[in-house]
Design a protein around this ligand. Structure first.
Ligand SMILES: [Fe+2]
Ligand SMILES: [Fe+2]
Length: 275
């Protein structure tokens, strides 16, 4: 499969892209305060040890069986505190993302990926605070890129006081590959592990790294990447405009498109998932 040469696709070309991910927009100070407070908590508490403990806990998948639809229903009750661009329920964001892909004629596995990419936010259902579920992700156990959003809060993270965790490579070998890197914990990593048996590698990269903006948008952390990561980067970048620029305050009608997505889920996913 080949990534398109340009990830900015037809349906999204007319969108004013500077209006998104603007963390300092003075006209939305209430949103700005919410997002800033969110990242203060996230950057303070996402330590290397915290990430390893959450993986040991959640990646045993010993909580409950749910259909993918039951998990989507739950997302209907959640508004993401880290997102400066949307205050709609998550299911609306998923439909908007996937429908924009469908309009552009993207492959069906990618449309499905758009439809489920934030399903890992069910971690909130299991009692996790939002700072341990959503927001941009970053490698732990090595130096923080100054390009990470709100990086000014990293001095509050206890890992900042550990010199061995603050070198360029930290606990990792050069070009070890992102699979070996412990990313800050959240819905991306969790959903990747939940669906890893069921979707193509390109889709799994989109899911696992869609919030790793300092890599896929800012171009940092190549020193941790291997050949596979570099080959998959264009796919993550192809996914991103749909996640970002399809956000729209108008609520889509799920009922109209539900049969299409029921078929798509049945094609790729098992009837129930063990969370
Ligand atoms: Fe996400
Ligand atoms: Fe998203």
């Amino acid at each position: 499969m080949n990534a398109q040469t340009s990830s900015e696709t037809q349906a999204l070309n007319s969108v004013n892209k500077t209006a998104y991910r603007n963390y300092a927009a003075p006209q939305v100070s209430e949103t700005f305060d919410r997002v800033r407070e969110f990242y203060k908590l996230n950057h303070t508490h996402q330590t290397h040890e915290f990430v390893k403990a959450k993986k040991a806990d959640y990646l045993s998948f010993s909580r409950q069986k749910m259909t993918p639809w039951a998990a989507l229903d739950y997302l209907n009750t959640l508004v993401d505190d880290s997102d400066p661009d949307i205050a709609l329920p998550q299911i609306d964001h998923l439909v908007q993302t996937a429908e924009a892909m469908r309009r552009d004629g993207q492959p069906d596995w990618m449309v499905l990926t758009g439809f489920v990419h934030d399903l890992g936010k069910v971690l909130c259902l299991f009692g996790e605070p939002q700072w341990a579920v959503v927001g941009d992700t970053f490698p732990t156990g090595c130096a923080y890129s100054p390009k990470i959003v709100y990086s000014e809060f990293f001095p509050l993270n206890p890992d900042s006081q550990q010199p061995e965790l603050q070198t360029q490579h930290g606990v990792y070998a050069p070009h070890c590959g992102l699979n070996a890197v412990h990313m800050s914990w959240g819905h991306d990593e969790y959903l990747y592990h939940l669906l890893r048996e069921h979707l193509p590698l390109e889709a799994l990269y989109m899911i696992r790294y869609h919030s790793f903006y300092s890599w896929h948008r800012q171009g940092d952390y190549d020193h941790l990447c291997n050949a596979q990561d570099r080959a998959m980067l264009p796919w993550v970048q192809r996914f991103n405009p749909y996640d970002l620029y399809s956000k729209n305050p108008e609520r889509p009608k799920l009922a109209d498109v539900k049969p299409y997505y029921e078929d798509l889920m049945a094609k790729y996913l098992p009837a129930t998932l063990q969370f």
